[in-house]
Design a protein. Structure first.
Length: 374
């Protein structure tokens, strides 16, 4: 549990690492990644979060190269995840565990998660017997703490926990915008875990970077309350001020970003009651603006048969809608979608079935065609 006078620890998410080729998620720049890890570890933080599918399956390998091969095993904690929905069958799903151990270059995981439960995605974990499998791995000492991540509402979370009260922790999407969201239900999900005495790992504390790229109307609320403070401070401190938090994850890809986030989580105090009121005001302004609630998780892109750059398109829509910057939105669309433009969509709906934010992606892509292509 986080100390009352101290924020929860910062965690390093290995899902947005620097690349040598921006169009190839597997082209991780190991030299730069090592530099990020060194800044993070030098600041006193030790929790690293990966998953079998991050960076086209190369995230765990990068973790081995940047962390495991360069630091003593007892000086850091590794968490990774098993995405059963990417498996062909039970044997394939279970083989992911051994592959993750090999890719990370370790004998055990400090934290191991079943990845991205909720609605239709939950069933395959049951079908493949992965709860029992992970219990066995824990009994054999290959897992120290066992849990799951979920991008869904409190009702779905309660269903999972009722069926599997044996878990040690839960990973939740929590940030000050989604805290009161009727869709994400961050507050209620957190409360469900606290009612059961379960610690949480927090993901998306800055909502995929959205909360450090705020429109002026929102940013001005925060800047007026604390001139000079980085916008990330409000988001990270909100997450880190919650009790019973194992780590607050951030996907960082520059030394400056790591340094700033580490300084916030190491040196800043928890939020005060007055600061919570400031965040309430900022949330009210932001949620009153139109926008697509995309967090850049890219789950939608993994099964897209046409390779549509959905995350970039959603980002372009938000630049247009929330920032009111049509020029930059068009520029972002032109430069970053490549062959994966919105008009390539065949409306199969595969993206919508896996979207944690329940975005009507097909409809948004149609709008993008009208805005940026016609």
């Amino acid at each position: 549990m986080a100390d009352e006078q101290k924020l929860a620890p910062l965690g390093f998410g290995f899902m947005r690492l620097p690349l040598t080729d921006p169009d190839d998620p597997t082209s991780i720049d190991i030299e730069k990644t090592c530099e990020l890890v060194d800044v993070f570890m030098d600041a006193g933080f030790t929790y690293f979060d990966s998953a079998r599918g991050y960076h086209g399956g190369k995230s765990e390998w990068a973790l081995k190269k940047a962390v495991v091969e360069r630091y003593p095993r007892d000086s850091f904690q590794i968490a990774t995840k098993l995405p059963a929905w990417l498996a062909k069958n039970a044997d394939h799903a279970r083989a992911m565990f051994d592959k993750s151990l090999r890719e990370c270059g370790i004998d055990y995981f400090d934290y191991y998660l079943l990845h991205n439960l909720g609605e239709s995605l939950t069933a395959c974990f049951e079908e493949y017997g992965l709860w029992e499998f992970c219990a066995q791995m824990k009994a054999e000492g290959k897992i120290k703490k066992f849990g799951f991540s979920i991008h869904d509402n409190a009702e779905e979370l309660e269903k999972v926990l009722d069926a599997h009260p044996e878990v040690d922790f839960v990973q939740l999407q929590i940030n000050y915008v989604d805290w009161e969201s009727d869709i994400i239900q961050s507050r209620r999900c957190y409360e469900v875990c606290q009612e059961r005495g379960l610690p949480v790992v927090i993901m998306e504390p800055v909502k995929g970077g959205t909360l450090v790229k705020l429109p002026d109307a929102v940013a001005d609320v925060l800047r007026e309350a604390e001139p000079g403070a980085p916008l990330a401070s409000w988001a990270l401190r909100f997450a880190g001020s919650l009790p019973n938090v194992i780590a607050v994850l951030s996907g960082m890809n520059t030394p400056a970003m790591v340094g700033e986030n580490a300084a916030i989580m190491r040196d800043c105090p928890p939020l005060t009651p007055d600061e919570y009121k400031v965040i309430d005001r900022a949330r009210e302004v932001l949620t009153s603006m139109p926008g697509v609630p995309c967090t850049d998780c890219r789950y939608c892109m993994k099964g897209c048969p046409e390779g549509v750059h959905i995350n970039t398109i959603m980002q372009s829509l938000n630049i247009h809608d929330q920032m009111g910057d049509a020029y930059r939105a068009q520029e972002n669309y032109n430069w970053n979608t490549g062959d994966g433009k919105a008009s390539a969509c065949i409306q199969c709906g595969a993206c919508e079935t896996v979207c944690p934010q329940h975005i009507p992606i097909v409809t948004e892509l149609e709008r993008a065609v009208e805005l940026f292509e016609e």
